[in-house]
Design a protein around this ligand. Structure first.
Ligand code: NAD
Length: 505
């Protein structure tokens, strides 16, 4: 915004808006906002300053049963599943436009509920969610079936049919985006969805669903039930009438999803789970300064609460000293501040429990002999919110907990290696396989290492590229599903073959 221009719009006063914001934590079932069947609620508090945002409906089995029944009825009646794809496309496009029209409201809600800086909610979370819905809307009427090459005596038609009712369970770190990654493809193909957002940040998913109804999504096609994992989440995952479970969250709970499926109806499970991504810097790195900026920007973004955060740097020993100095300088640019201030680069951790988890990891790093070169403390305690400094450890060895376990906070571990083989061995010695980054201007080395890494995505000489056209997901205990791109569509369809006999004349 140009300074002093009388025609320019003044920046919103986010504090004033936050004070006047009415939050609605009721469920959305059959197009209506409802209390839980037993009237129970849970406190939805902002991690920024512990203010009470609202009492959200505490969904349990009875509520999940109603939501799944509503989704099933909508599906079988064909309210959405049998609409022409071009009609579904139009409605989803309208929904995407409505999301953008409510950008400031949604961004504020996201920041208050989850703690991330308002500038990121505004510039990343809301537009990415809208773009995802719009992109899958476009795909709705561009899916073709196949005819198998069986010969002239018969016709074998292969069609991809919507599965029916999808159960989607998502985490708290990108509430809008994670919901959109499930809803876009599942709804574009005609499914009904029951969405269970995290109890730590349920508000934007509810508002998103309300906007879908406003855009013309028929009642019952999208139902949202807030609640706890072991109550609403387990009831949804165990439900005998849910056909596919699309889960994003921790590896621990992802394993539980497979058990639930086995104990109920063998629903298909797609897991998108945790990570411990390696950022590998080789002697032929072209620009060490950019590498340092990129690693800091990626690990401290979203307070380190990103599944794909590059939480382990593996640097060749010849570059270690210089890299460490540069990363520490970069870390200083990310001090936690007021998430509602437009220039804040790091916001609040999602809650007290996650803050304690991260502090425990910092303590374990110190106990195991790593050196904390920057940060390491909880700050802004006087605000009532939960803030942790960007934290950099060096002297980390591969067996330390901070080198092996997902911390899910702004904590970077720097390890060294002496050969390409050793770097690959350390990177792959992890239960996780989500992402990795290779920094080398030696094209043979970059490709060699990329091929050897057991992960879903390898970045070469960057970490920030991201596009809805590209699949996102991992290998090993980072999961099996792929969100985004046309590959995501296959999760929400069943392949059907129809044989048609052709008699000779
Ligand atoms: P979590 O596993 O604790 O919870 C995720 C969701 O599952 C929440 O909605 C929660 O209520 C629900 N849940 C918890 N226990 C349950 C149970 N027993 N039965 C059914 N549902 C249950 O994860 P989180 O703390 O919300 O999110 C952080 C994790 O998510 C990190 O591990 C992160 O790496 C991962 N994540 C992965 C991706 C990806 O695309 N791979 C993206 C974002 C986050």
């Amino acid at each position: 915004m140009s300074q002093g221009n009388p025609l320019s719009t003044p920046a919103p006063d986010w504090h004033a808006r936050a004070a006047n914001l009415a939050c609605d934590g009721r469920m959305l079932i059959d197009g209506k906002r409802l209390e839980a069947a037993d009237g129970d609620t849970f406190r939805c508090e902002s991690p920024i300053d512990a203010r009470l945002l609202c009492l959200a409906a505490r969904g349990r089995k009875a509520d999940i049963d109603s939501a799944v029944r509503s989704g099933r009825v909508a599906f079988e009646q064909g309210r959405w599943s049998r609409k022409p794809p071009a009609v579904r496309k139009k409605i989803l496009q309208r929904w995407s436009e409505l999301i953008l029209a409510h950008k400031e409201e949604l961004a504020l809600l996201e920041t208050l509920d989850m703690g991330k800086p308002i500038r990121e909610s505004l510039s990343v979370d809301v537009p990415s969610a809208a773009r995802c819905i719009q992109w899958f809307a476009e795909a709705a009427d561009k899916q073709y079936g196949e005819i198998a090459p069986t010969g002239p005596q018969a016709l074998a038609l292969i069609t991809a049919e919507p599965v029916g009712v999808v159960g989607a369970i998502v985490p708290w770190n990108y509430p809008l985006i994670m919901a959109a990654w499930k809803l876009g493809p599942a709804l574009a193909l005609g499914n009904s969805v029951v969405l269970k957002p995290s109890e730590k940040s349920p508000l934007t998913a509810l508002r998103l669903a309300e906007l879908a109804v406003q855009a013309g999504l028929p009642e019952g096609v999208l139902n949202v039930v807030p609640g706890y994992g072991q109550e609403a989440g387990e009831a949804l995952a165990m439900h005998p009438d849910v056909d596919v479970l699309a889960f994003t969250g921790s590896t621990r709970v992802g394993k539980q999803m497979l058990i639930y499926a086995g104990q109920s109806n063998l629903k298909r499970v797609y897991n998108e789970l945790g990570g411990k991504s390696a950022f590998m810097i080789f002697p032929e790195v072209g620009d060490l300064g950019r590498a340092a900026r990129t690693v800091a920007g990626s690990i401290f973004y979203n307070q380190g609460e990103s599944c794909n955060a590059p939480s382990r740097v593996l640097v060749h020993e010849s570059l270690a000293e210089e890299l460490v100095q540069r990363v520490v300088r970069e870390a200083a640019r990310y001090s936690p501040g007021d998430p509602l201030a437009p220039d804040t680069s790091m916001g609040a951790m999602v809650d007290a429990a996650q803050t304690q988890t991260v502090l425990n990891y910092i303590a374990s790093g110190l106990q195991e002999g790593a050196r904390c070169l920057h940060g390491g403390r909880q700050v802004r305690i006087e605000t009532g919110g939960f803030f942790i400094e960007p934290t950099v450890f060096d002297g980390v060895t591969p067996l330390m907990r901070i080198a092996r376990e997902e911390i899910f906070g702004p904590v970077l571990s720097i390890l060294t290696f002496s050969s390409e083989q050793e770097a690959i061995a350390i990177a792959n010695d992890s239960p996780y396989g989500l992402q990795a980054s290779v920094w080398s201007d030696n094209i043979n080395q970059a490709h060699r290492v990329a091929q050897a890494l057991k992960v879903g995505t390898v970045h070469v000489n960057q970490y920030d590229e991201d596009d809805i056209t590209v699949p996102f997901g991992g290998t090993k205990q980072s999961g099996n599903g792929r969100d985004k791109s046309l590959h995501a569509l296959s999760k929400y369809t069943n392949l059907k073959t129809t044989w048609v006999r052709i008699d000779s004349a």
